[in-house]
Write a protein that binds this ligand. Structure first.
Ligand code: ADP
Ligand code: MG
Length: 458
């Protein structure tokens, strides 16, 4: 964990030590939150002071409450009739927006604060009608918010607090311009809070420079935290059909409550799903081609336990908080170390045990070994007798762990270049900072290729 020493000494061990309004503390207690998570302990006091914050903390670390509580605290004493939108939360996907609306409503349950949702895939006129009633807090995705704005249905000039959640992912999805425009519309805001799971790349730094005022940067990412509750294994495979066999074996033989299978593309996600259904394995599939209703239904039913298996692309599953997820299978190796951390970060949440298994063909090998180096750990090699193939890794490996004599893959090269670049930037920014073990590398393995693949993945 990386906290400035200043915050470490002030870390709060119970919520009641935070100077939050009693009605919010009541909601916190109702939700059975006792101790703030590290990101909450670090961010809430500063946010309550009114500071602009840039917070980097991994998926599942409790970022939502870290911005929702101080935001509600600011709005709780508003007097008189509510006629303006006072807070805006921007998120990359509909699912995340819906999830965040629920969180806001839970924390606001003992207050008069009302929240509204504006995302694509919902009825435009109904949204306009909701906006006419003016919620105190508005939560939405950039595209539809802009449409409502352009239609003259939205006035953001009274927004006091602006939150950009999953900012790195919003940028990856190509929302940079929309985000900037919306920030600009919140011209009278007093506070901007930006959250991301990764340290992001140049686009994020650019956005930070444009929208935050003298922000405090809280870095709580710790790649090594991954190892704590979750075993990480790799199984070698010959080709995609072989991977499908291995998956069937795993689903039939592993003990798990809920499993998620990640693929890099929608097409593959559909294919995996089709194979599971053909084998009478109940599953849901989640990707950007599905319409809004299907996606929502898939998530709800998966959460409720209607099926134990979800097949998903990264973008579609990003940030979703799913209880009891204890098995993650990477059908495809994620294309960056950060993405790996996101996927795996979904298991072993709240101290539970998790198992993460990546299926590796010779095409995936070098990517896997660069992710191992990035995480500074070696994944367990696992062999399953019943579904053993012929490929078991390269004949010879270099000191780096990569296959010797194999032509370097393009993505690897990029990731490597990026790593060097990011390190330099980090060093320049913080000349006095001690070299840190994990985090400066966090952006390293590169969000660079993400931009290209995001549309395909969502
Ligand atoms: P992030 O946005 O960082 O991915 P979330 O805000 O979605 O994380 O939180 C992840 C999960 O942890 C949610 O189920 C949330 O209810 C739970 N959680 C967050 N903070 C606490 C806390 N202080 N105590 C107990 N559970 C918490
Ligand atoms: Mg979140």
């Amino acid at each position: 964990m990386q906290l400035n020493s200043r915050y470490l000494s002030e870390v709060t061990s119970v919520f009641s030590q935070l100077t939050l309004h009693e009605r919010l503390l009541k909601a916190v207690a109702e939700l059975n939150f006792v101790e703030p998570t590290p990101v909450q302990a670090a961010a809430i006091p500063l946010a309550l002071e009114g500071r602009d914050l840039r917070v980097t903390a991994q998926t599942g670390s409790g970022k939502t409450a870290a911005f929702v509580l101080p935001m509600l605290n600011r709005l709780i004493d508003l007097k008189g009739p509510r006629v303006e939108i006072r807070a805006l939360i921007l998120l990359p996907t509909r699912e995340l927006a819906q999830q965040t609306l629920k969180e806001v409503q839970r924390f606001a349950q003992f207050t008069y604060i009302k929240a509204g949702l504006v995302t694509g895939g919902e009825d435009f006129k109904e949204q306009a009608a909701m906006l006419r009633k003016v919620p105190d807090v508005l939560i939405g995705t950039p595209g539809r918010l802009l449409e409502q704005l352009n239609a003259g249905n939205l006035d953001l000039s009274h927004v006091q607090v602006l939150v950009l959640d999953e900012a790195d992912r919003m940028l990856d999805m190509g929302f940079a311009e929309d985000m900037e425009r919306l920030c600009h519309e919140c011209a009278n805001r007093e506070q901007t809070l930006l959250f991301s799971a990764t340290t992001g790349g140049a686009a994020l730094r650019d956005m930070i420079g444009k929208v935050l005022k003298e922000p405090e940067h809280l870095m709580l990412n710790s790649v090594s935290q991954l190892a704590e509750g979750t075993r990480q294994q790799v199984i070698t495979a010959d080709h995609d059909q072989h991977k499908e066999q291995i998956i069937q074996w795993l689903l039939a033989n592993e003990t798990f409550k809920k499993a998620i299978i990640f693929s890099n593309t929608r097409i593959m996600a559909d294919r995996i799903y089709g194979h599971l259904v053909a084998k009478d394995i109940k599953a849901f599939v989640l990707h950007g081609d599905k319409d809004q209703k299907d996606r929502k239904q898939a998530i709800d039913r998966f959460k409720e336990g209607g099926s134990k298996v979800l097949v998903a692309t990264d973008v579609a599953a990003r940030g979703l908080d799913i209880d009891g997820l204890d098995l993650v299978i990477n059908f495809d190796m994620p294309r960056s170390g950060d993405e790996y951390v996101h996927r795996i970060g979904r298991t072993g949440r709240a101290g539970g045990e998790g198992l993460a298994i990546s299926l590796i063909t010779h095409n995936d090998w070098n990517l896997m070994s660069s992710i191992e180096r990035y995480l500074k750990q070696q994944f367990e090699r696992r062999v399953i007798k019943e579904v053993k193939g012929t490929y078991s890794g390269p004949k010879k490996v270099k000191a780096s762990g990569k296959a010797a004599g194999v032509k370097k893959k393009k993505t690897d090269k990029k990731a490597g270049d990026k790593k060097a670049g990011d390190k330099k930037v980090a060093a320049k920014r913080k000349p006095t900072a001690k070299p840190k073990k994990n985090a400066p590398l966090a952006s390293a393995d590169g969000m660079a290729p993400l931009k290209k693949r995001a549309p395909a993945a969502e």
